[in-house]
Design a protein around this ligand. Sequence first.
Ligand SMILES: [Zn+2]
Length: 437
Amino acid sequence: MAPRDNNNNIDLSPLREPVTSPYSNKFDPMSNVSSFQIIDSTLREGEQFANAFFTTQKKIEIAIALDSVGVDYIELTSPAASEQSFNDCKAISALGLKAKILTHIRCHMNDARLAVETGVDGVNVVIGTSSFLREFSHGKSMEYITNAAIEVITFIKSKGLEVRFSTEDSFRSDLVDLLAIYQTVDRLGVNRVGIADTVGCANPRQVYELVKTLRSVVKCDIECHFHDDTGCAIANAFTALEAGATHIDTCVLGIGERNGIPSLGGFLARMYVGDREYVLNKYNVKALREVENIVAESVEITVPFNNYITGYCAFTHKAGIHAKAILNNPSTYEILRPDDFGMSRYVSIGHRLTGWNAVKSRMEQLQLEILTDEDAKKITQKIKQLADVKALNLEEVDILLRKYHTAKLTDNSHHNVLEKILTHDHLLAGMPVQASA
Ligand SMILES: [Zn+2]
């Protein structure tokens, strides 16, 4: 039943947009959906992407582009990885960017000593705690891991740097071991503890439970790192923030080991829906496309067609019923406003699913003012007829509209124009053609 006002009249005020979902955790006191920080790891995790090889110059270019997006931190490959990696850490730390510079090291004193020499703002320390890693990778006991953590963290803190301590493969680690070591490093005064879904096995419910539990036992910030092997990475990141995490790792275009981690653009799209004001005030989302282009070119991939925000069809509307609603109010089918991201909306009209409202809107854009709604409907039928054989591009739609318009304007022969166009060739021919051709 239609809503009614106090006098029992039907309320004719325009329908309001649904600004929040009934499932929103907006008032969850733990939630950091409106206060998160981004640690972009394109220059660390991203270097583990199959195609990646970044020269020093390219790393600097990417770091500057990331800084103009406004990411809070830029994480770099360990200086222990190679001599060039060491020099790159120094070079990027010396750029004086707004973003803080981190490097990512094993929980090892030699690595820690190298890290502090590079001039970074902070060190992300990682060690594997899962039974798989303890058995098949480094072969260390929890006691050994704890002692190594204490030594390395104490050293980094003594140099006045930020320090994060993270476990690798956290979701397949023993919960009691995990919480014990996080509590130990929290007492040592780490800035952040990190949870890493190194193998991409976690789902949002598991993430919520683990982060919430961790939130209740440590005082420091919580950073999360999710791999996307099963398509949950961005959802996991969002859920982690709802449960009290504070920092999320991303990579431009989601590159990384195997199929990567949350893409910077995709994560920002998700967070924009959570808190548009926070995202737009803090991050320069219009600079996303630039950094994506630099990285895509550098690692020899193209930006995927369905990429968040910048994919070529991210703001393309096709179905006639969608096009009509979009033209009336874009929010009907758009949760992201393209102009916020420096992008444009495109309504695709040259296909058999088209509708006359979209065709009419194109007539208005072309300022074909003498054409009526009736004309738009007739032209739409012609587009559908032609597009049943092959879709028309926008240029072809425009030719049809202009031919029709010119005929109506000059000698009112516009109906003949439609009758004579039976194929794409007829449409494109400069001259009227025989219907039987
Ligand atoms: Zn990773």
